[in-house]
Design a protein around this ligand. Sequence first.
Ligand SMILES: [Zn+2]
Ligand SMILES: [Zn+2]
Length: 134
Amino acid sequence: MQLVGQSCVHCQQRISRDLDGGFCQHCGCATHSVCQQRAVATPSEGACPACAVPRAILEERAEAEETRIRESQSREGLHLALMGFAVLVGGLLSTICCTAAAGAGQLVIASGAILGGVSMIVAGFVRNARSGRQ
Ligand SMILES: [Zn+2]
Ligand SMILES: [Zn+2]
């Protein structure tokens, strides 16, 4: 991640130069070196031991990160389900085509594609539901 353009967790101002600050090794927050030194001198309870970011901000960040992960998981799940649907439709279409080509009385089922599509849909929805429940 790039430091320049991040806002300092202590003063909320943007960090305009790499030299002005850094990321905390402990919690990953971006801080100005000056702000960090000032904050470390008078740490609040539960603050990050390395950069003295108040606990409230740490919790907020953790929550935002969790939400982000959850959202991307549910997007992935939906994506998988859609792909599964496409595979399933493909399987059904080739079943119809092959059956038509094989002539009357013979049913040619593209079972691999159909089963694969169904299992992808199921896996996608399971992932989606799991990420929504937490
Ligand atoms: Zn600052
Ligand atoms: Zn920290």
